[in-house]
Design a protein around this ligand. Structure first.
Ligand SMILES: NC(=O)c1ccc[n+]([C@@H]2O[C@H](COP(=O)([O-])OP(=O)(O)OC[C@H]3O[C@@H](n4cnc5c(N)ncnc54)[C@H](OP(=O)(O)O)[C@@H]3O)[C@@H](O)[C@H]2O)c1
Length: 357
């Protein structure tokens, strides 16, 4: 597997890491499996309790407290996130009409295409659940406007956009699909088919989707390993510039691990996709959101970080041996680019038909 890493949004060719060469290494899933579940003081990585902090925001930002009713619901997902104050830069956010206007007028006074200019600042998000909301929070904290949609329509998002602040706009699926430089698609796999035809054609799409048989039913093309989930998604969304991202990390670990570029304890996320420009765009965006990236290759190779693979969610647990029923409360620990690259390289293909969840 040829691995390209992005640190601080800049592509870096990955050297084979010491860990991937050294069979005696004491870190990573192989070592964790060999040692069995971790015990106190052994194989535990530093627990991450701090949240996101973007350079310079402290002085410009304002403290935003989450409305009590939202806090109660979301605290179930990530208690430490809600225990802190989130610095947000206060600027006027775009209305849906602004977003539409910006996409239809051709050029700005300096001659740039208006859409390119917006590209620097806006992310469309389809799906306002665990992952969509976690990414939306990082985006507004990073000074990126979000145009967010779900299946029930903009009215149902009033509480969320109020909590997110002036950078957030509740929108229809069509508006979120047209907004900004890229769209985060974060809906159940079975809902892809229900999206309007051609909705995401030509768009850079960060696809967070996973196949969970307990939720999605059995999908024979995936069970037979004829296709990866990303290949299936690409087939369902023809013309979209799909980049698999944010699918191998639990939603509550996203805010725990996001860090400014250059931070010593920054984590990396894998991406996969066919289009190099879309992958570079996705890596740039993810960098602004707080993570380095490791390019795991094409959609066909994305099995390396699909559910139950060696580069899936457990890698971000401070205690990788934590029982399944405690994973949702378990804290995260950083996974740097070199470690993720090694995990992707050594990942073994899961027998999808044998997966039960
Ligand atoms: N949760 C995790 O930790 C995690 C981790 C990695 C990957 N993933 C994957 O990421 C995706 C999202 O997961 P999630 O946990 O965030 O899901 P979730 O909490 O169930 O939220 C799903 C969202 O999708 C929206 N939706 C469903 N059908 C839609 C449609 N046809 N058009 C527009 N929006 C639609 C829902 O709208 P309503 O709000 O109106 O119902 C909801 O906002 C899934 O594919 C999941 O497998 C999840």
């Amino acid at each position: 597997m040829s691995v390209l890493m992005f640190k601080g949004g800049v592509p870096v060719r990955a050297a084979r890491t010491a860990r991937s060469r050294a069979s005696g290494s004491a870190r990573g899933p192989a070592a964790r499996r060999a040692h069995g579940p971790s015990e106190p003081g052994r194989l535990r990585r530093p627990v991450v309790r701090a949240g996101l902090g973007h350079p310079g925001q402290g002085s410009r930002g304002a403290t935003v407290r989450v409305p009590a009713q939202e806090r109660g619901r979301l605290a179930l997902l990530e208690p430490t996130w809600w225990a802190m104050d989130l610095p947000l830069t206060l600027v006027s956010g775009p209305s849906v009409a602004d977003v539409d206007r910006s996409l239809t007028s051709e050029r700005t006074p300096n001659g740039h295409h208006k859409e390119e200019e917006r590209a620097m600042s806006t992310l469309g998000i389809i799906g306002s659940g665990n992952i969509g909301t976690a990414v939306a929070r990082l985006a507004v904290a990073a000074g990126i406007d979000v145009v967010i949609a779900n299946s029930r329509g903009p009215r149902s998002l009033a509480g969320l956009v109020e909590e997110l602040g002036p950078r957030a706009t509740a929108a229809t699926v069509e508006q979120a699909a047209r907004a900004g430089e890229a769209t985060l698609l974060s809906i159940p796999l079975t809902a892809y088919d229900a999206l309007p035809e051609g909705l995401l054609r030509g768009r850079t799409v960060l696809d967070t989707g996973n196949y969970y048989p307990f939720r999605d039913g059995r999908i024979s093309e995936l069970d037979s390993e004829q296709e990866t989930t990303t290949e299936l998604a690409q087939r369902l969304l023809p013309g979209a510039l799909l980049v698999k991202a944010f699918n191998n990390i639990m939603a509550h670990h996203i805010p725990q691990l996001a860090r400014p570029a250059g931070a010593d304890d920054r984590s990396a996320l894998p991406i996969a996709g066919e289009d190099p420009a879309a992958k570079a765009r996705a890596a740039g965006l993810i960098d602004r959101l707080g993570f380095d990236t490791v390019d795991a290759g094409t959609p066909a190779e994305s099995w390396r970080f699909e559910p139950e693979s060696d580069a899936y969610t457990r890698i971000y647990l401070a205690d990788p041996g934590v029982p399944v029923d405690q994973m949702m409360q378990a804290p995260a620990a950083p996974v740097p680019t070199s470690e993720l690259a090694a995990l992707l390289e050594s990942s073994r293909r899961v027998k999808v038909a044998e997966r039960t969840f």
